[in-house]
Design a protein around this ligand. Structure first.
Ligand SMILES: [Zn+2]
Length: 452
């Protein structure tokens, strides 16, 4: 007897390339079978009529900062995300044993993986100066802490080189080798300030060549815009030709958020051309939602430097250009912001992606769009039972109501950055119904911590 039978769905599986009308059985957290229309259906404890909705694998957010945050995971789940890979941009859990223990004790709405963050390893090794390279002794300590995190279950190693510009090239390579030696992937938020902006990308992609390990280049359109994005796409293509094991993710926004003290909001840029300040919007704190002026900019760079700012370059064409490259995965870069503040990426990305790029602009075919949210990130993170619809795979599933599917979250000052989307009709996590008819089933926390 099945636990669930989902009938009357358009079933799309990116691995087999099949797109057909039929039903799916779920049992003990796994997909039990797929049945074309008119097939004899097994009996089930509960049958749910999908009413012609689109049944796809649960989305896998390859670049999140959810880190055991329940509000963050709830927003992801509301979009149909069933697995998030966190610990990105150099910042992660510190003690992995207690991190996973907390996850298991409290339960979590979605599945979660955690990387070891390079910046955290640096601090633990005693390097608190972001502008200084790690000493030989510190590097040894970092390698030790990284190995410790990997043996406790960390899935990869992340770098946030913008935030630790003093990290030497050697330090990055040596630590990456530790990740590679234990079969972990490496993710890179690149550096700023290279003589050639593309060297930041080359440094990251070279790690795949030097270590023979998969490298994920994080949130592409936050790193490159306009002409430099076009050149970055050429560099990526060049590395792909060399068969380097590289993976690229991108968000749906050109407007990116980070803390006000970050190097990307440097005075040399923003005070040299004050019109640039007008592209800055406070995402959190007392000015949340407001466009900055010079005085507020200076205040946020100094006394409010831990609050978040959003920089909006004001041109959406980069999104289309980035996703024109094959195999660019969708990611949110979500982070836990106070209610009503922050960036809409954590609550809007996936419905926005399907609405804009598939439904309205037909920029991507449906199968390809589903692939970028499911199978590709599953492969990048080495998740062999996720991102696919086939018997024996994990029953992480989403049923989309195509007509209704749209995002509602918007930037502070324009709307609510945490507003849930419409059209995400049902969501299953490990075979447990977690959203039904667009309503969250309260208290269901069916996610697993996935340790490597
Ligand atoms: Zn980042």
């Amino acid at each position: 007897m099945l636990d669930f039978l989902l009938t009357n769905a358009r079933i799309i599986d990116p691995e087999s390339g099949s797109d057909f009308h039929g039903s799916m059985g779920v049992k003990d957290g796994k997909i039990d079978g797929l049945y074309p229309v008119c097939a004899t259906l097994p009996s089930a404890k509960e049958t749910i009529d999908a009413e012609g909705g689109i049944l796809v694998p649960g989305f896998i957010d390859i670049h999140a900062h959810s880190e055991n945050s329940i509000p963050c995971a709830e927003k992801l789940l509301a979009m149909g995300v069933t697995t998030a890979i966190s610990g990105n941009c150099g910042y992660s859990a510190v003690d992995f044993k207690s991190f996973f223990a907390k996850f298991e004790k409290d339960g979590y709405p979605i599945n979660q993986l955690e990387q070891a963050g390079h910046s955290i390893l640096r601090r633990r090794a005693g390097q608190s100066d972001i502008n200084a390279p790690a000493t030989a002794g510190q590097k040894e300590k970092m390698k030790h802490y990284a190995a410790e995190a990997f043996s406790a279950g960390a899935c990869g190693l992340s770098f946030g080189l913008e935030y630790d510009p003093g990290s030497s090239c050697e330090e990055v390579i040596e630590l990456s080798q530790v990740a590679a030696d234990t079969g972990r992937f490496i993710s890179v938020h690149g550096r700023l300030g290279c003589a050639d902006v593309l060297d930041s990308l080359r440094e990251a992609l070279n790690l795949a060549v030097l270590t023979n390990s998969p490298v994920i280049y994080s949130h592409l359109v936050y790193m490159f815009q306009g002409e430099s994005l076009k050149k970055a796409l050429d560099v990526i293509t060049e590395y792909r030709r060399k068969k380097a094991d590289i993976w690229i993710d991108s968000g749906m926004y050109t407007a990116y958020a980070t803390f006000a003290g970050a190097p990307s909001f440097d005075e040399e840029i923003f005070l040299a051309d004050e019109s640039e300040i007008l592209r800055l919007r406070a995402a959190t704190g007392k000015y949340a939602g407001q466009i900055l002026d010079k005085n507020k900019y200076i205040e946020m760079r100094t006394t409010l430097s831990n609050e978040a700012l959003i920089y909006d370059p004001g041109d959406n064409s980069d999104i289309f250009n980035a996703y024109s490259l094959s195999d660019v995965m969708v990611s949110t870069d979500c982070i836990d912001y106070p209610r009503g503040q922050g960036h809409p990426q954590g609550a809007a990305t996936y419905p926005y992606f399907f609405r804009l790029l598939v439904k309205e602009e037909q920029h991507l075919p449906m199968m390809e769009a589903v692939n970028r949210c499911t199978l590709l990130p599953a492969k990048a993170a080495g998740l062999e039972t996720k991102g696919r619809l086939a018997a024996g795979m994990d029953a992480d599933l989403v049923v989309l109501d195509w007509e209704r599917l749209t995002e509602h979250a918007d930037f502070p000052g324009k709307g609510d950055p945490g507003a849930p989307p419409s059209g995400v009709r049902h969501v299953f996590v490990n075979g447990c119904l977690s959203i039904r008819d667009e309503k969250r089933l309260q208290g269901v926390r069916a996610g697993y911590s996935i340790k490597r």
